[in-house]
Design a protein around this ligand. Sequence first.
Ligand code: F6R
Length: 369
Amino acid sequence: EKGGFATFMEKEIHDQPQAVRDTLLGRTDASGALVLDELRIEPEELRSITKIIVLACGTSAYAGMVAKYAIEHWCRIPVEVELSHEFRYRDPIIDDGTLVVSISQSGETMDTLMAVRYAKEQGARTVSICNTNGSTIPRESDAVLYTHAGPEIAVASTKAFLAQITAAYLLGLYLAQLNKKLFSGQISDIMADLADIPAKIGEILENADQVKELARSMADATSVLFLGRNVGYPVAMEGALKLKELAYIHAEGFAAGELKHGPIALIDEGQPVFVVMPSPMDRHSLHAKVVSNIQEVRARGARTFAVAERGDAAVRSQAEGVFEVPETQPMLMPLLTTVPLQIFALELASAKGYDVDQPRNLAKSVTVE
Ligand code: F6R
């Protein structure tokens, strides 16, 4: 059942090429245009959407943050991302132009279910991105876009996260297509790059020795920080969450630009800092800014480890360790940069002798508020 791996988590990390491939499968026609028939909301109605609210918890909320960057960039529709449990207890502004997109692996998370119910009562249209067929959240939503990651057994989410991000890209591209915000050639180019992602994840999995070695050498760490910017920010948050959940180490993710607004005070001699590098091709030239962040924390004694695009020479000369991922377009990088951080957390927790499939105090599906 674990497919030859020692733990479900390791198996599920290795299932990720398939999870992304299966989530992409059958969602385009021969011309490369998106076909999401399962989204049973009339195209007319979808065209009238003026605002999107993404609701989710935990790892799924980090997938939601990636969704925001992608949908706003491709579709020019404003997107808010909110933790389900916060959303319901303020006075959120919802009208018939609001599309609520919930993201849930299990489809049973009570906080998210209650938030979706609340949004429906207020008149929102609801779409569920979900990994579990026939579960409650998709049943109660107007439409569902299933992720096809297959059953996720390990408590900590891995392959479902990559599948959620993939589904969010599909939704974003579909809305861009409906609203004519991207040319069909642009959409088919992005889809072609997405189709190459599974093989690239495979390459990362095959070349993971260096990150595993680092993880084993860091079993005594008491705190690890993660920095990222743009779509690397949610990846940093996810890297920190995986380390908390599996290795019970204090870990925090930050937006790299926030560093000098406070977190840099945490840096002292030997503090490990992971930096999720933006693509050198990022259109906002964030790369140089994040290289500066590496210099800033190093100057204060931090040990720096970067997850960066292969061939990123600037980072190579700055960070103590660099974990390379194959090249892809900047928006799609989370599907690659997440993987070394998952492996790092898994390996470090295993080195400490912890049960990575069933971390203490956690349940796979949180069906209470
Ligand atoms: C993290 C993790 C949790 C879940 C969260 C939402 O590894 O497993 O943070 O992501 O409880 O669960 P779903 O996606 O089932 O709604």
